[in-house]
Design a protein around this ligand. Structure first.
Ligand SMILES: [Fe+2]
Length: 275
């Protein structure tokens, strides 16, 4: 079982940065000692139920869900996605995925990263015909093996948002630029829909294939990605998720760039960043 990407302290820290409230300001509005809040934000110890609920209000988090995170009492229910294979991207802590049509006759690789030989072995052992290399964003733990995969599968089309494309260097001119809502043919009537979800990075993108959503570092089970955009912000990442991901069908399976799979329904009801 993969651990959740973010525990109570990570959620607290992201919300503090996002709302620009430091431990002293939170202490004033909640009566909780600033030193304790700062310690929790470094993932040491955790608040009790009442403290978590008090902190949630100024941070605009959902009190009950944030208390669940403090007590570590929520984990997503297992999901079924027979057409998706997950692999680790060692030495990175991120998830890579292969989405398969016809058991692999047509495959789309999501986020080529990690030791290239490991990734190429997975793709060759599966005898996958890689048609698309879908990249969620520019961080190395999601795209640093792009050149090796592109060389091994020269027919594969690389898809990445233009605002993040500089990360793959000399391959950038070969990228198929897609805009929010664009659809790509994948065979058998299946289309790949790209959703531009700025916030974690300016070019962060999610991809919908049938009823599976690959979210990169935009949405995790029980959390969201950090806001590291040059132009986009914490508010943008929350808005991207609310307007473009939470509007997808409830049963949509979410495959994040870190941590376990979840569903849109579970995130709508359990993610502490939303109420
Ligand atoms: Fe990232």
């Amino acid at each position: 079982m993969l651990p959740l990407e973010d525990e109570f302290g990570d959620i607290l820290r992201k919300a503090m940065i996002g709302t620009r409230l430091d431990a002293h300001e939170l202490s004033k509005s909640t009566g909780i000692e600033a030193q304790r809040i700062a310690t929790w934000a470094h993932c040491e110890g955790h608040a009790d139920d009442g403290e978590a609920r008090a902190l949630a209000l100024p941070l605009h988090l959902d009190p009950g869900r944030f208390a669940d995170a403090a007590a570590a009492r929520w984990y997503p229910l297992a999901v079924e996605a027979p057409e998706v294979r997950r692999h680790s991207q060692r030495p990175h802590p991120s998830n890579g995925y292969v989405f398969l049509l016809h058991g692999g006759k047509r495959a789309a690789l999501v986020d080529p990263a990690g030791v290239p030989a490991n990734l190429l072995r997975i793709l060759r052992e599966g005898k996958y015909d890689v048609q698309y290399i879908l990249i969620t964003h520019k961080h190395a733990d999601h795209c640093d093996a792009t050149a090796d995969v592109a060389a091994a599968f020269p027919q594969a089309q690389i898809v990445m948002h233009k605002l993040d494309v500089h990360a793959i260097g000399s391959l950038a001119p070969k990228v198929l630029h897609v805009r929010d809502g664009d659809e790509l043919p994948f065979g058998d009537g299946v289309r790949i829909r790209m959703l531009h979800t700025p916030g974690h990075t300016d070019g962060s993108s999610c991809y919908v294939l049938t009823s599976t959503l690959f979210t990169g570092d935009t949405l995790f089970a029980g959390s969201v990605g950090g806001a590291y955009g040059d132009a986009s912000t914490y508010d943008d990442i929350l808005h991207s998720i609310r307007s473009k991901l939470f509007t997808l069908p409830s049963e949509t399976v979410v495959m994040p760039g870190h941590g376990p799979a979840t569903t849109i329904a579970q995130e709508r009801t359990h993610n502490p960043f939303f109420a």
